[in-house]
Design a protein around this ligand. Structure first.
Ligand SMILES: *Cc1c(COP(=O)(O)O)cnc(C)c1O
Length: 399
């Protein structure tokens, strides 16, 4: 069936995810890891819809969570605690206690004080905390500065020197059990050589720790695999990439935390044209979606391909596709070539499956939009649109 047919009765704007495409992406990573002990922990923050998490769980995915609520999402869809890990720079005492009580596989520690706090929590709960330490290898991921995380000036992780001290301390503690080592140097890397370079550094580091008596078994290379947002962007060959990682880390269980790679290109933001207008020779296509639904263009100057269903491209010209939020920075695309459009024409923003809905906001009192999935050729509602009353509920209760 044509996409137009499938979506024609649905109120725009909305998100649409192709679950078959998600499955294909997940399996391509899984197959690349064939023959070795491995864990894929899907990075929940990229798209945390429960139906999506459940779908991935059924493919045997694990979950990389960066908040207690993400852990709760994973548990809610039936993920086993040993398939969950917990990362993040700012975990509170309550967060750490929650993770300990739920007995997840390991907690990624990001600073010395956090290690001390976790030890105290484990002692109070009379348990042993399985930990990993996020090491910052000081390698440039060469991606957008907002999504680059592996340089020493970034807030994430600790240096090798600090990590060594922390590991040795944890090794001596009866309440801490260092079982993993983790790094994640940035997101959307089209060239994965910085990850390979980091893996070499971390591998030598882990080897030296294990010769000092530790028993680190999980080698966690983080996420960050890039995707093509535009036609001229070439995606990395993940088979080659994982072959290099496998050769390097064959003595360990390899853990990977892909987010964007699994969901980005399987998602679409479907919007309709409201108006066209020309200001000072500049053409604007005004649509019913905005930065409140997809902030990536405004936040990172990210480029998304935009398609329409028009066959007559004769009168095409460049336009900015903008929404109705009161900010000049509110745009979905700039200078894209589009045919002449009418009110009610569809525009589809491609590659919107990752860091799309999860980053949406109520700015301008816009309500969150619905999410749909295409599963086995059928369309299914997987998250209802928020309505006005839901948005103001907490405020009304305080009036
Ligand atoms: C965001 C994040 C990921 C996922 O990154 P992608 O670029 O979406 O693959 C993985 N691990 C950690 C620790 C993260 O913060």
């Amino acid at each position: 069936m044509l996409v137009q047919e499938i979506i024609k009765d649905i109120k725009t704007p909305f998100y649409l995810y192709d679950f078959d495409a998600i499955k294909e992406r997940f399996l391509s990573i899984k197959n690349s890891l064939n023959g070795v002990s491995s864990n894929i922990f899907y990075a929940v923050k990229a798209n945390s819809n429960l139906s999506l998490l459940k779908f991935l769980k059924e493919l045997d995915s694990g979950f990389d969570c960066v908040s207690v609520n993400e852990i709760k999402r994973a548990l809610l869809i039936g993920a086993k605690p040993y398939k969950i890990i917990f990362s993040g720079v700012a975990k509170s005492k309550e967060d750490l206690e929650f993770a300990l009580q739920e007995k997840i596989l390991y907690i990624n520690i990001e600073n010395q004080a956090e290690l001390d706090l976790l030890e105290e929590c484990a002692k109070n709960l009379n348990t042993v905390a399985n930990i990993s330490i996020r090491v910052n290898p000081n390698v440039d991921a060469k991606t957008h500065p907002y999504i680059s995380t592996g340089l020493k000036e970034n807030k994430f992780g600790v240096s090798l020197d600090v990590a060594r001290k922390m590991y040795l301390k944890a090794h001596k503690s009866e309440y801490l059990n260092p079982i993993a080592c983790h790094f994640h140097i940035g997101s959307n890397l089209l060239d994965l050589s910085p990850i390979i370079q980091s893996a070499k550094i971390i591998k030598d580091f882990v080897t030296s720790l294990n010769s000092a008596g530790l028993n680190i078994r999980f080698f966690d290379i983080g996420g960050g695999i890039g995707v093509s947002y535009l036609k001229d962007e070439i995606e990395p060959n993940i088979k080659d990439f994982f072959n290099q990682i496998k050769a390097m880390a064959k003595d360990y269980t390899i853990c990977t935390e892909p987010g964007r790679y699994i969901v980005a290109n399987a998602g679409y933001l479907v919007t309709k044209v409201l108006y066209e207008k020309i200001n000072e020779n500049k053409r604007f296509v005004i649509v019913d979606a905005a930065m409140s639904e997809l902030i990536r263009p405004s936040l990172y100057n990210a480029k998304h391909e935009i398609i329409c269903f028009k066959d007559d491209l004769a009168n095409s010209s460049k336009a900015d596709v903008v929404g109705g939020v009161c900010e000049s920075g509110d745009f979905l695309a700039k200078d894209v070539v589009l045919p002449s459009l009418n009110s009610q024409d569809y525009l589809i923003v491609k590659s919107a499956g990752a860091y799309g809905y999860v980053m949406s906001s109520n700015y301008n009192s816009r309500t969150k939009i619905a999410e749909y999935a295409i599963i086995n050729g059928k369309i299914k509602l997987i998250n209802k649109a928020e309505d006005f009353m839901q948005m103001i509920k907490g405020e009304v209760e305080c009036l």
